[in-house]
Write a protein that binds this ligand. Structure first.
Ligand code: SAM
Length: 286
């Protein structure tokens, strides 16, 4: 038995579950699922199956369905259970609840009621994709799903164009070709990007290239499975030494070399060490 049943204090336990491989569940997540007074799930069948795989007994407990359309009544019912001293474990269909998944309404209602909100952290497709993509991870923005309408999608991508950080998107396999074309057209074909498909599953695939190549590659071919698209930061290929030096000289008028390097590296999305070396060189000349 890989879990312990022990009394939990009252409150909401947001439990992360695997995004593919069932064995990616944490031991603590199993403890919480085994011990909570009430289990609530976005998809009750998936939750029961996961508990079954790991031998966690329901022991007479009901699994309550809770998703974005459950409404205020279900929130009120779960809040009332916590207020009566019960522990409520919430799992979304896969990954971390609230990350492009339900749970926000329940968590904010619990916080507003002065209840304890805690988590059994674990997998999330966004972090898993960042880990394997090979793009900078020091700064990133999670965007989630872009709007389905092409016009709205284009406007949203345009607003992200100059962010000096890795962008992380979720996308459906049906739309990925179209989405990559829109990314290419707005961000430029030379931007580096990565498509992560079926992470932690049998057919896991990580495809790296620039947006021009990826847009071509995924257009006209049927793609299956779950997908995360990551795009390298703005300026990664266009900032030259002269631009960095100019920004440093400006920053060094009011800051120490080290602070100037940190500020400029952050603003341009560049490694701090690289910028610091340039700053030291400038320091020698002044
Ligand atoms: N809460 C989840 C999390 O923490 O990652 C995300 C739920 S969201 C409804 C589902 C989307 O996550 C999928 O459409 C896909 O974009 C991404 N995703 C989930 N599992 C994945 C996997 N194994 N490989 C690649 N992407 C995945």
């Amino acid at each position: 038995m890989n879990f312990e049943r022990k009394p939990l204090s009252a409150g909401l336990y947001l439990v992360a579950t695997p995004i593919g491989s069932a064995r990616d569940i944490t031991l603590r997540a199993l403890d919480v699922l085994a011990s909570a007074d009430v289990i609530a799930a976005e998809d009750t069948r998936t939750a029961r199956k996961l508990m079954d795989i790991h031998g966690v007994p329901l022991a007479g407990r009901q699994v309550i369905a809770f998703h974005d359309h459950s409404g205020a009544q279900t929130v009120a019912r779960l809040i009332a259970a916590m207020q009566a001293g019960q522990s409520v474990a919430y799992v979304s269909e896969a990954g971390t609840p609230l990350v492009a998944d339900p749970g926000y309404e329940l968590a904010t209602a619990a916080i507003a009621s002065g209840l304890t909100v805690t988590t059994a952290p674990g997998p999330s497709a966004a972090i898993t994709a960042l880990t394997v993509a090979g793009l900078p991870t020091d700064r990133f923005a999670f965007i989630g799903f872009l709007p389905a309408s092409r016009a709205q999608r284009g406007a949203e991508i345009a607003a992200l164009r100059d962010l000096p950080m890795t962008l992380v998107f979720y996308e459906s396999p049906k739309r990925v070709g179209e989405m990559l074309i829109d990314l290419r057209d707005t961000l430029g074909g030379e931007r580096q990007a990565v498509v992560c498909r079926e992470l932690t599953k049998k057919f896991e695939e990580v495809t790296r290239g620039d947006l021009a190549w990826l847009a071509d590659h995924y257009t006209g071919t049927a793609t299956k499975g779950e997908i995360v698209v990551l795009v390298g930061r703005a300026g990664a290929t266009t900032v030259g030494q002269d631009d960095i030096a100019a920004a440093l000289q400006e920053a060094m008028k009011t800051m120490r070399v080290k602070d100037a390097a940190t500020t400029v590296a952050g603003a341009m999305g560049l490694p701090r060490r690289q910028v610091y070396q340039i700053a030291l060189g400038l320091g020698d000349k002044t």
